[in-house]
Unconditional design. Structure first.
Length: 304
């Protein structure tokens, strides 16, 4: 329980084969290439035997914190309840995502990456998405309408940075931990690709899209925050953004397999077409029009 106490303290502030029965074909970071026709092997997490807080196993990668079943449950419930009331809390969303990603869902994403040529390259190269690795000043010089220019313009408009994504700590398998880290760091690209802002309504809509596409439990649980939206926002979600999210998340390619670093000069409309994602109605524009209409109504009432 001590392992998750700092995380909970911080939170309060603010789609089986036993591995012993088949040979391991190849790990994603092996030097031997995997044929796309091979199915990905099962990849159970290293710690399959229960342990106690008094006999905690050593970490599997730098920063890893092995959790008991009880600790994982407490972390999931605590972060889930708190993030329900504020889906914009990145620390709570991160803890909930890690606590609920294993043992199946992160491995499902890993197998989806192994089944895709680009996904295998990502697992081999292990790129990280940061302001330094992307060279944000260069992205600002790219032609308008490219993925890079759209991404950096979205960052500037929303006053966010890719450097705020926390390190994965509670996923036991080292490769699955990278998969979760990649999903987390690519989240802002999903925002830029869809144009959804970081306001609560936009986050809920994007999480609905991510759940339909990735099946990560955290993304589905985050959609429950629709209950905390204002009545007009809830109606808009159920009539516009919810149906958009389900339709596009299910039919689109696995967005985890996009090598964003190689798509920065790609036309954003061309990438959407390749991924089979349609842009949703501009949420910021809708909200702006509604505020203007409400202001005019108040002024008219005042002068009546």
């Amino acid at each position: 329980m001590e392992a998750i106490r700092p995380c909970l303290r911080s939170a309060c502030r603010g789609r089986s084969i036993k591995s012993s029965t088949i040979p391991v074909l190849l790990t994603a970071h092996s030097s031997t290439s995997i044929s796309a026709t091979h199915s990905a092997p099962s990849h159970p997490p290293p710690h399959t035997r229960p342990f106690s807080v008094l006999h905690r196993p050593p970490p599997n990668y730098p920063g890893h914190v092995p959790l008991t079943g009880l600790e994982r449950a407490v972390l999931a419930v605590g972060s889930g309840v708190l993030s329900f009331f504020d889906p914009r809390r990145a620390d709570l969303i991160a803890a909930l995502g890690e606590a609920t990603a294993m043992p199946y869902f992160a491995d499902r994403l890993r197998r989806a990456m192994l089944a895709d040529p680009t996904g295998r390259r990502i697992l081999r190269d292990r790129p990280r998405i940061t302001s330094t690795s992307l060279d944000l000043p260069r992205l600002r010089t790219l032609p308008a309408g490219t993925v890079g220019a759209t991404y950096v313009a979205w960052l500037d408009r929303e006053h966010v940075t890719p450097d705020t994504r926390s390190q994965v700590r509670f996923v036991d398998d080292e490769e699955c931990a990278y998969v979760v880290q990649r999903y987390r760091e690519a989240h802002d690209f999903y925002h830029a690709l869809t144009g959804l802002p970081v306001v609560r309504e936009g986050e809920v809509a994007l999480k609905a899209f991510e759940f339909a596409n990735t099946l990560l439990p955290m993304t589905g649980l985050s959609v429950l925050a629709v209950a905390t939206l204002k009545p007009a926002e809830r109606r808009r979600f159920w009539s516009i953004y919810g149906p958009w999210a389900v339709r596009n998340g299910l039919r689109s390619e696995e967005v985890i397999n996009v090598y964003w670093e190689e798509e920065l000069e790609t036309d954003v409309e061309a990438l959407r077409a390749r991924l089979r994602i349609e842009a949703p109605p501009d949420l910021r524009d809708i909200r702006k029009r509604e505020r203007a209409e409400a202001k005019r109504a108040r002024e008219a009432a005042a002068t009546a």
